[in-house]
Design a protein around this ligand. Structure first.
Ligand code: UGB
Length: 600
């Protein structure tokens, strides 16, 4: 059939057909109609093949070869960690607010103007089951700011703070790249455009769309035809590891490097606390000159985040790398830890939890990607029909994870990690209410409920550390999850990015009661002898200097339970299990520059 069709194909199509035939993929053409029939479909088939070929480092041939090798290893039951012994690694463990932490924060802010940020946001968030894109979800519902807005405002605040530390004469624009996929691309672009890029210059933001990869039908890596269209290959997502090849093939990494940037910081779609940890983590990278620095938090055994592990090979090689949550327990059991992944006497697993916030030094990173073409270590996870492992229940594909990048680095590479408290650094929104409520007691829910409550806890604890008397939280249950409810305190990133900045803006005897809400939206708002029992919302333009103090008392905002099954309530609210009733508040907005005092 193909031969009959060949004379009708362009030279580029013939080349692609040859690659497929050489790679044992003739089955793709067996059902082809006579020349002249289905020609549009045949053209579309080759367009798809061309795309699959160009978007994978080394092309389709490399993809099929790797797939055959990994499928053979999987069939033979080969352990990817064969020959390696795991042990607990040592890294930089930071304590919020101490001198060391403050110094790292300052070093981080100083170098932030030489950083570029990369948000991986191509995932659909199947575990969460939310209908929209995850970056459009409110990070908290006191202000309703969505994740993407918060991320952009944090980057802009870093840019401003870093430039003023450099004497104010720098014109740095910290770039933001967002990896999207067919599932998220248009909606991400629309969110940005509808909101004028949340204050960032549109040229500062680059969207890089990841492509899906070809599915595989069997151990010989025969490409799977789409069951809905015999002229298409079935495709599935390849994973967040695509970010490396995209930064390389788009030329963006080289542009950043040539512009004198030194750091690239990767982050995920729904961690509302992340930017509290960025200054200090970047400070660790600059001070220790780490080529790779992963952020980690204490991890409960079996929590669905990877464990940072030191792996020592029989041949002497060692590496410090993330071992994904589903592999850590079997690896430990197979190598001298008969109980597997269990909590130690500290109540946590001895292996710190990877939160996939990675900081790379651009120079060595670009060098490595130039060597590898952006390809990183992959894996395959076929679901076999039976123990013979000869047929699959459904087609499979190769996958990759961005944190596996260090796997191919030489032993001379400086790879480290930084552990911070989870209350400060990590509050992802990954699980739907039903699954979250089933979490073993003591394990984090990682839900919309816990994600929002963690924001209030973090802000309350930071204020406490800065000397504010913040009441203890109360325990409440929302959507079947028991959470600590702290005072609902939030501030814009430009108010304070670091602990020193918070301390500069808080003075005298300040106190906040548990039932209170406080939102600070402006950079020059100082709290002086403030005693808050109710709700206080202060907004000020840059240039307006506001002192807020004295007793503020009103009925405040109350919290009402809502059920996640109640579809009369918008999805982004009901997945939290609560909403605020704005009964009474003191709300003040300063729109003109000047000096003001807000003292009721
Ligand atoms: N993502 C993409 O951009 N493209 C894809 O193809 C897939 C995902 P998940 P996962 O910190 O909590 C990771 O699904 O993969 C984006 C780490 O592997 O939320 O189960 C997606 O949009 C794990 O070690 O997480 O687990 C999202 O932003 C641990 O660190 C991000 O990739 C865990 O995250 C992560 O995707 C964690």
């Amino acid at each position: 059939n193909l031969h009959k069709n060949l004379s009708h194909l362009s030279s580029q199509q013939v080349e692609l057909a040859k690659v497929l035939i050489e790679m044992g993929q003739t089955h793709l053409f067996q059902h082809w109609a006579e020349p002249g029939v289905d020609d549009d479909e045949k053209r579309a088939f080759f367009d798809q093949i061309a795309k699959l070929n160009s978007s994978y480092p080394g092309g389709l041939a490399a993809y099929i070869n790797t797939a055959r090798k990994l499928l053979a290893d999987s069939k033979a039951g080969k352990n990817p960690y064969d020959g390696f012994t795991p042990s607990v690694p040592s890294g930089e463990v930071l304590k919020y607010g101490d001198d060391n932490f403050v110094q790292f924060e300052e070093a981080g802010i100083k170098d932030a103007r030489k950083a570029a940020f990369v948000l991986v946001a191509g995932g659909l968030g199947e575990r969460l089951g939310y209908n929209g894109i995850k970056v459009a979800l409110p990070r908290e519902t006191t202000t309703g700011t969505c994740f993407l807005q918060h991320y952009i405002e944090s980057i802009l605040a870093l840019q401003e703070a870093s430039c003023s530390l450099a004497g104010g004469d720098c014109r740095a624009e910290i770039p933001l790249a967002i990896m999207t996929s067919d599932d998220t691309h248009l909606r991400t672009l629309e969110l940005l455009e509808k909101n004028s890029y949340f204050g960032m210059k549109p040229t500062q933001v680059k969207l890089l769309k990841q492509e899906k990869v070809a599915c595989l039908d069997d151990n010989e890596a025969h490409l799977a035809l789409d069951p809905r269209n015999k002229y298409r290959i079935q495709t599935k997502p390849h994973g967040h590891g695509d970010v490396h090849s995209l930064l390389y093939s788009s030329g963006l990494l080289k542009i950043w490097h040539d512009a004198g940037l030194r750091w690239v910081l990767f982050f995920q779609d729904t961690n509302g606390l992340l930017f509290k940890a960025i200054p200090a983590a970047l400070g660790v990278s600059t001070t220790k000159q780490y080529h790779v620095n992963s952020l980690a938090v204490p991890r409960k055994a079996k929590e669905a985040i990877g464990g940072i592990t030191k792996l020592t090979h029989q041949d002497g090689r060692t590496m410090v790398i993330n071992v994904e949550y589903n592999q850590l327990d079997p690896l430990l059991r197979a190598s001298g830890y008969p109980d597997g992944d269990v909590n130690s006497e500290t109540g946590y697993s001895p292996f710190p939890g990877n939160i996939n916030q990675l900081i790379f030094e651009i120079g060595p990173y670009l060098e490595e990607l130039t060597r590898t073409g952006g390809a990183i270590s992959e894996f395959v996870n076929p679901k076999y029909k039976d123990a013979t492992k000869t047929t699959f229940k459904s087609s499979t594909r190769l996958e990759c994870m961005m944190q596996d990048y260090p796997k191919t680095l030489p032993p001379t590479a400086r790879v480290g990690f930084t552990v911070m408290d989870a209350w400060l650094a990590y509050a992802p929104v990954k699980n739907n209410p039903e699954d979250a409520a089933k979490m073993p007691k003591g394990n984090p829910y990682h839900s919309a409920t816990s994600g929002e409550m963690a924001i209030y806890r973090s802000h309350s604890l930071i204020l406490r550390e800065a000397g504010v008397k913040v009441d203890d939280p109360v325990i409440q249950v929302f959507n079947g999850q028991e959470v600590e409810v702290w005072s609902r305190v939030v501030w814009k990133p430009k108010w304070a990015l670091t602990f020193s900045e918070v301390k500069r803006k808080v003075s005298g005897n300040c106190s906040i009661s548990q039932r209170s809400t406080m939102a600070i939206k402006g950079s020059n708002i100082a709290l002086e002898d403030l005693s808050l029992d109710g709700a206080l919302i202060v907004e000020a333009v840059d240039g307006a200097e506001v002192k807020v103090g004295g007793p503020v008392q009103n009925k405040g905002w109350t919290i009402e339970n809502v059920d996640y099954k109640d579809t009369s309530i918008p999805e982004e609210i009901r997945i939290r299990g609560f909403k605020f009733n704005k009964v009474e508040q003191l709300e003040k907005t300063y729109t003109e520059p000047g000096k003001y005092s807000l003292k009721p």
